[in-house]
Design a protein around this ligand. Structure first.
Ligand SMILES: *Cc1c(COP(=O)(O)O)cnc(C)c1O
Length: 372
């Protein structure tokens, strides 16, 4: 028997709520097909290089680039940057905060490097936060601004009492474009483009301090073997010329640029941060008020404004709820696969309209009332 459908007037205007690839604004996608678009033209010629230059300038403006800092980019996404940072930014040993799948992945990459001592790991269970603290002999400290697998937000500030030449490496993949940050507290604030930057996958971007660039130059000139794709100093040289080492996806670049400009036109990171705070607030309040739901992150101070995770009462099968939402066109509210909880996870990124999150709560209420 066909299941009853959610009444159309309750549905959101855009049904995409995934944490990445995430909702891309339709005007931005349309731009790719406009006459005069750079699609299908050389990435070595001025039109595409102007797009790269604009991205570098706009990210600099969004994050109030401190003196001497630079924006670099290349292919491979944040996952490639983990390997690049392992090879080019850590001299002997790193310390990591591990509190979910993404923070664990970088720590594991560091652990696997035969030329580094095993990282000093500061660990917390999913839903909680652990930040690395000063350790002797450690020359790099790493954690994530937003742990996308659990919806935990972390502070971005240089740990107390660390050696002056230590580098601070912050994974901002799902934070950049949605959460404000003082990048002067970091040496590498890096991200991909398919989350709050509402573009597509495949690209890494990083805001780098002079100390990070200098460390990468030292390590890539040392006897350590550095594959060209992982050579951050090569990436910096290419970025300074508004290019990438190898061919980038032009659509990804065009859409990042459009998103950065949209953020700047609306008021920059202060605007984005207040928008994501209020959008996520709609969901957290709904989850607290509904007897069948609870915010997964118990400490309100750790609840992410850009990735909302909500535990569902055991009497309701969350996987079935997500499947019913999907039958009604509402996409990607499934939890992070490896977390394995009876949960939903919703992106409240900058591109998500607050009214669509209101609509989502109405649809969830309807589905919870009309359970089979
Ligand atoms: C998505 C994500 C990544 C991985 O990004 P890719 O572009 O798939 O490499 C890394 N870290 C965090 C925090 C993420 O959310």
């Amino acid at each position: 028997m066909a299941q009853p459908k959610i009444p159309r007037d309750l549905l959101p205007s855009d049904p995409r709520f995934g944490c990445g690839p995430s909702r891309i604004r339709r005007e931005v996608v349309a731009r790719l097909a406009e006459p005069g678009s750079v699609m299908g033209t050389s990435h070595r010629q001025p039109p595409v290089r102007h797009v790269v230059a604009a991205i570098r300038e706009e990210l600099g403006a969004l994050y109030d680039l401190p003196a001497g800092y630079e924006v670099a980019l290349g292919n491979g996404g944040a996952t490639l940057f983990w390997d690049m940072a392992t090879v080019c930014l850590v001299e002997k040993r790193a310390a990591t905060g591990v509190y979910g799948e993404f923070t664990k992945k970088f720590s594991t990459a560091l652990q696997g490097a035969p030329f580094l001592a095993d990282p000093a790991v500061f660990q917390a269970p999913p839903g909680d936060l652990a930040l690395p603290r000063a350790v002797g002999e450690v020359d790099a400290y790493a954690w994530a601004h937003n742990e996308t697998s659990t919806g935990v937000v972390a502070p971005v500030s240089r740990p107390d009492d660390i050696a002056e030449d230590s580098l601070v490496i912050v994974d901002a993949t799902s934070a950049a474009g949605g959460l404000a940050a003082d990048v002067a507290q970091t040496d590498a604030y890096y991200f991909s483009a398919q989350k709050n930057l509402a573009s597509d996958g495949g690209l890494w971007l990083a805001i780098l301090s002079p100390a990070a660039i200098e460390r990468s130059q030292q390590l890539t000139a040392s006897p350590r073997w550095v594959p060209q794709m992982l050579d951050l100093s090569v990436a910096v040289t290419n970025s300074r010329a508004d290019q990438t080492l190898n061919t980038p996806a032009l659509a990804t670049l065009v859409m990042v640029e459009a998103q950065c400009r949209w953020l700047l036109d609306n008021g920059g990171m202060a605007w984005a941060a207040s928008r994501t705070a209020s959008t996520s607030g709609i969901l957290y309040r709904w989850a607290e008020d509904n007897p069948l739901t609870t915010p997964f992150v118990t400490d309100p101070g750790l609840r992410s404004p850009v990735v909302v995770t909500i535990d569902i009462d055991e009497s309701v099968d969350a996987a079935h709820l997500c499947a019913r939402a999907r039958e009604n066109g509402i996409l990607d509210i499934e939890p992070y696969r490896k977390l394995g909880r009876n949960q939903i996870r919703v992106a409240t990124f900058s591109s998500i309209e607050p009214s669509d999150v209101e609509a989502l709560t109405a649809c969830l209420d309807w589905l919870l009332e009309h359970r089979d």
